[in-house]
Design a protein around this ligand. Structure first.
Ligand code: ADP
Length: 418
């Protein structure tokens, strides 16, 4: 075999065949890779590509080769590519990935993550640019969707936060108003308590102080009646009788007023009050009235409660006294019972007497309010006293009735350890 310069013909042949093998291997790799690939010459004309890129861009090979990359990259993206190549030269580093938009044949834009590099062919003394990249449409879509979701979430969070802030402000406003109302209520209650005490003292002092001059008036008109009855004319007898009657009634009312104001001023503390024992005492007091009316008074087992014993006695006496007083021809029956409900005792005094029109259910508890005339004696203070006693014991009192059939008076006493 003849020698050609330093290399034998065989060596050159081997070299060429190795070169050809390497080239075909390289082109196989390029053709089979699923990556965007372009080889550009110095004037940025496309010199080579691969099937994947053709498919991605929608061009035939002959429509791209030897055409400028202007065909698929707009000005802005061409600038990005050039800048990347320049920075590559300056820093002498491998290409850094950057994002560009490539335009498909029909115009649709595809985002790519691209890296650019320069190759220098020392035999042809030409410079080429290799662009390799990845289609990042999916990633971009995912990013877009994520961003949208984030934006929506942010809007929702903002809306929710705004609602919460508003609700908080409303709540704070309500709390402030509630506190103000509470303070006003406390003030009113304190004022009320003070004026109640003052009123009680006033009622007590006036009724107490009125007793003495009234006693004098009463005894002198009675004296007049005794000494001059029948000695003056008939009118004078009547006038004196009216004066005696008026003075006596006024004395009775003053006494009642005194008894009423004593509920608040003279009450003793709470103690175990055996209601059965109290009832026995009350029935003994009312013995004559019960016998005269022929009333049958019965009762259920009654509890022991914490109360002011003398006031509770007065309460039972007023209610049972009324039950016996306000009756007609019907054989009179009165029944007293007590029932435990929640944390209180509910007492009832039930009669089959004349009954009360429900319209007057509240009025009868007002001081000196009466629904009847002289046919039923009284001053109208009994139920007002009952109400004050029950209020002092932190209970309630009310009445239910059917006119003509009877009435039931209820009152409650809070349950507590006796
Ligand atoms: P008084 O008995 O002195 O009239 P009260 O304050 O005890 O005063 O009662 C007020 C009014 O309520 C009575 O005048 C009467 O009209 C009515 N009343 C009270 N208890 C009964 C009852 N058991 N049945 C019918 N009416 C009643």
């Amino acid at each position: 075999m003849a020698d050609i310069g330093f290399f034998s013909q065989k060596a050159i042949f081997n070299l060429l065949s190795e070169l050809s093998e390497t080239k075909s291997l390289l082109s196989n790799i390029i053709n089979s890779m699923n990556e965007f690939y372009l080889l550009l010459d110095r004037e940025n004309n496309i010199q080579a590509t691969n099937p994947y890129t053709l498919g991605l861009l929608g061009y035939k090979k002959y429509e791209l080769i030897n055409y400028s990359y202007d065909l698929i990259f707009d000005r802005e993206n061409r600038k990005k590519i050039r800048e990347s190549i320049d920075s590559l030269l300056e820093e002498k580093k491998p290409g850094i990935d950057f994002e560009v938009i490539v335009r498909r044949k029909e115009g649709k834009q595809i985002p790519l993550l691209l890296s650019a590099s320069k190759v220098w062919d020392k035999y042809t003394q030409t410079e080429s640019i290799i662009l390799v990249g990845k289609d990042i449409s999916e990633r971009k879509q995912a990013e877009k969707a994520l961003q949208k979701a984030c934006d929506e979430l942010e809007v929702r969070v903002e809306k929710r936060t705004a609602r919460l802030v508003k609700a908080k402000e409303q709540l704070e406003q309500e709390i402030t108003e509630h506190k103000q109302a509470e303070a006003r209520l406390k003030q009113t209650m304190a004022d009320l308590e003070r004026s109640n005490v003052e009123l009680e003292q006033f009622a007590y002092i006036t009724s107490h102080d009125l007793q003495e001059p009234l006693r004098m008036v009463a005894s002198y008109v009675q004296l007049l009646a005794r000494r001059y009855k029948g000695k003056l004319d008939a009118d004078a007898d009547d006038f004196i009788a009216y004066a005696v009657d008026g003075a006596t009634r006024m004395q009775q009312m003053i006494n009642d007023l005194l008894a009423y104001s004593r509920v608040g001023t003279r009450g003793s503390g709470s103690e175990p009050a055996d209601c059965e024992a109290i009832l026995d005492r009350v029935l003994a007091h009312l013995r004559v009235a019960i016998e005269e009316s022929g009333a049958v008074v019965t009762h259920d087992p009654l509890p022991t409660v914490m109360a002011d014993v003398s006031q509770l006695t007065q309460l039972f006496q007023n209610l049972i006294g009324n039950a016996i007083k306000f009756h007609d021809e019907e054989p009179l029956r009165v029944h007293i019972s007590a029932e435990q409900k929640g944390n209180e005792w509910v007492f009832s005094v039930c009669d089959n007497g004349i009954g009360i029109d429900p319209e007057y259910a509240n009025r009868i508890f007002v001081i000196f309010e009466r629904l009847h005339g002289k046919e039923y004696p009284g001053t109208g203070i009994g139920l007002a006293i009952c109400k004050r006693i029950i209020e002092r014991h932190r209970g309630r009192i009310w009445m239910e009735s059917e006119p003509g059939k009877g009435s039931t008076f209820y009152f409650t006493i809070p349950r507590s350890e006796t």
